[in-house]
Design a protein around this ligand. Structure first.
Ligand SMILES: Nc1ncnc2c1ncn2[C@@H]1O[C@H](COP(=O)(O)OP(=O)(O)OP(=O)(O)O)[C@@H](O)[C@H]1O
Length: 264
């Protein structure tokens, strides 16, 4: 099974990727595809290699083997700035906003790689239209924002580079279920309305599969399963390992699963 059921262009293609931290092999022969317009999720538990995969795509880490291609061009030997200029932006785990700078300054920083400087004010307004709370707080230091607002700022700053592909590392991390839902609704709107293709890594399989078109599951640095998001959401293995449903409990478990409002 590969992510080939759509005829749209392949934005990102990864083949047999291997990445290491010193002697530790964190990515073990990963291959995947992301098509234009899709939301693709990579699910996996702590330490599965999701962050390392995103760091290797965005050029923060160099792979030992394999290739990363964007629209057919190899990018795995490029510098991170050049990868941003080509249209891939990485919204890191923990947001990594600039805490002492204001919200407006953080957003302006997102445009640092842009050659076309003409439409920056227009794009700032676009970001504020998705995240009105940031507009209200644009003169406030970013470090004083709540966790959810910082996540919004990290996404907003990423949008300022005019990405074709946004890499999102655990956007739900540390957020309440309600805020997680709100952030994911905005991610889906950005995908549909601003035509930003999304690759998001998550431990929260429920929200990620609800939003995604296609999903890959990582374990110990490998892809162990991939399929359309709705097929993964219905799969027994996914329900058992990632959605907290025990198959041994049979009907009792099934009943409880149906009653649960959230799966995590
Ligand atoms: N800086 C590092 N030095 C050495 N090993 C690391 C480093 N960062 C991650 N690892 C190891 O690489 C493997 C993959 O880690 P990675 O952070 O990519 O996983 P993850 O799926 O993103 O998990 P998490 O959700 O906890 O971030 C793990 O075994 C981890 O211990």
């Amino acid at each position: 099974m590969t992510n080939d059921s759509t005829s749209s262009n392949v934005v990102l293609q990864i083949d047999n990727l291997e990445s290491y931290y010193g002697p530790i092999m964190a990515i073990r022969g990963v291959s995947l595809k992301v098509h234009e317009g899709q939301i693709v999720t990579v699910l996996g538990a702590n330490g599965a290699g999701k962050t390392t995969l995103l760091k290797t795509i965005s050029g923060v880490m160099d792979p030992e083997k394999g290739s990363v291609q964007m629209e057919g061009t190899p990018i795995h030997a490029m510098e991170p700035d050049d990868i941003v200029r080509r249209g891939i932006v990485h919204v890191p785990e923990g947001r990594e906003i600039f805490p002492l700078m204001t919200v407006a300054e953080n957003i302006a920083m997102g445009a640092y790689t842009r050659k076309d400087r003409g439409n920056i004010a227009r794009d700032e307004e676009m970001v504020y239209s998705y995240f009105p709370v940031l507009k209200d707080r644009r003169a406030q230091r970013a470090g004083t924002l709540s966790g959810g607002q910082q996540q919004m700022l990290a996404i907003g700053r990423g949008l300022m580079s005019q990405p074709k592909l946004m890499l999102l590392d655990e956007p739900s991390l540390g957020l309440s279920p309600l805020l997680t839902q709100e952030i994911f609704e905005i991610i889906v709107r950005l995908n549909r309305e601003q035509k930003v293709t999304m690759m998001l890594v998550e431990q929260n399989a429920k929200v990620a599969l609800d939003a995604a078109d296609y999903g890959y599951v990582m374990e110990l640095g490998r892809i162990v399963m991939d399929d359309k998001a709705e097929v993964l959401a219905a799969s027994k293995d996914i329900q058992e390992f990632y959605l907290g449903v025990s198959q041994d409990e049979n009907q009792r478990g099934q009943r409880r699963w149906k009653q649960r409002k959230t799966w995590r």
